[in-house]
Design a binder for this molecule. Structure first.
Ligand code: BGC
Length: 383
């Protein structure tokens, strides 16, 4: 049987493809140690959006190493946040004979032609972390609970401002605070989930007046940050400081930020405007996402207040598990079959959980789990 008939085989519920994949059905380490598995005949194309963010480098490395450990051939490509480049990379993977695709898209709506081509060839397509929209040709989705990530971002901001305790209970603090809000890239399907989760969590405090957004900018399109770009976020923060804060003379207590790179851009703008260089010295409370090493150091140093840790090793393991199911002619196991509607169909999904990181739990969450070493946190650089 042609290897690339994997999707068809899965769809008709074939028990095996006769390709001799004998490893366990569930796992990132599913390959036989004697190397005599069909996984070796299977190439998985892995398309990642960019190498400018550590998060995606870590994802790429984790997916590649776990797939290789399970015996697969891997074709890993990063697209430098360039949509035509990602399209070409996918075309190339298909031409080169990829049997399964794992895709973290740049623009969730820009890959329909490539995926239609893959689908014609029976190649199963797994959306990685970001849902691919507007196409029938996405078979499975592995991600985190993105709405919950947004809730955690807002909770961390509210904790830093003193409104919530560490169990997310209202402390009863009435001292009002000012915030500004940022969202991620509008072409990333995750952005609306993060933002909705965050705004729903902030809303009661906006309603009772304990929180205000002096610029009045809250509409997602207005506060979004194309390509999650740090410089774009820095510029918007600078513009806000000029338009609403007398260039830094008026108090600003916190900023909702959806990603560590964006947080770093915002922090630069705030420092330049004279808000101080640590929380203690008056820097506003900032949230983040991804536990990028440069930001973990800033949290450790009392500069950024919090980030959200999404363990890329676990997401990679889930993607490998889904690929293995397809390789065995089965369907991957979903734990959510309702939330992720891509406009054409509801894509069966596997959602993972995330954690809030603040200075106090860097050791327990990030160092003890081996995600970063103590030396990396001290240096702010991955080694
Ligand atoms: C991911 C986030 C990441 C962002 C920017 C999103 O799709 O879910 O973890 O911060 O992209 O790279």
């Amino acid at each position: 049987m042609r290897k690339n008939a994997l999707r068809t085989a899965a769809a008709i519920g074939a028990l095996t493809l006769g390709i001799g994949l004998t490893g366990c059905a569930t796992g990132s380490t599913g390959g036989d140690s004697d190397g005599d598995t069909a996984a070796e005949d299977i190439t998985v194309g892995v398309a990642m959006p960019t190498e400018t963010s550590e998060r995606w480098i870590a994802d790429g490395e984790a997916v590649k190493s776990q797939l290789e450990e399970a015996g697969y051939e891997v074709d890993l490509q990063f697209a430098n946040d360039d949509i035509p480049r990602q399209q070409q990379q996918l075309d190339q993977m298909i031409t080169n004979g990829a049997d399964i695709l794992i895709v973290a898209s740049i623009d969730g709506t820009a890959l329909a032609a490539q995926l239609a081509n893959a689908a014609d060839k029976g190649i199963p397509i797994i959306a990685y972390d970001r849902l691919i929209n507007g196409t029938e040709d996405v078979d499975f989705y592995v991600t985190f609970d993105n709405y919950a990530v947004g809730e955690q971002q807002a909770q961390s901001l509210l904790r830093g401002l003193g409104f919530l305790d560490e169990n997310n209970e209202d402390t009863g603090q009435t001292d009002p605070k000012t915030i500004e809000v940022f969202a991620g890239s509008p072409d990333d399907n995750n952005t609306k989930f993060f933002y909705q989760g965050a705004i729903d969590t902030l809303q009661p405090f906006l309603d009772d007046g304990r929180l205000t957004i002096p610029s009045g900018q809250i509409d997602m399109d207005t506060v979004s940050t194309l390509r999650w770009d740090q410089a774009t976020a820095q510029k918007r923060m600078e513009d806000l400081l000029t338009s609403t804060y007398d260039g830094g003379a008026k108090p600003l207590d916190g900023v909702l930020s959806p990603y560590d790179g964006i947080s770093r851009g915002i922090i630069t703008a705030l420092e330049n405007a004279g808000y101080g260089s640590t929380l203690e010295a008056g820097l506003p409370v900032l949230s983040g996402q991804d536990a990028e090493i440069a930001s973990v150091k800033m949290i450790n140093d009392g500069v950024q207040y919090a980030t959200i840790f999404k363990d890329t090793r676990k997401l990679a393991a889930q993607a490998v598990e889904a690929a293995t199911a397809y390789a065995e002619g089965e369907e991957p196991e979903a734990n959510d079959t309702e939330t992720y509607d891509n406009g054409v169909k509801v894509v069966p999904s596997f959602l993972l959980e995330s954690d809030i990181v603040v200075a106090d739990n860097i050791a327990s969450l990030l160092i003890d789990s081996g995600y970063w070493t103590e030396e990396e946190v001290a240096a702010g650089v991955a080694q």
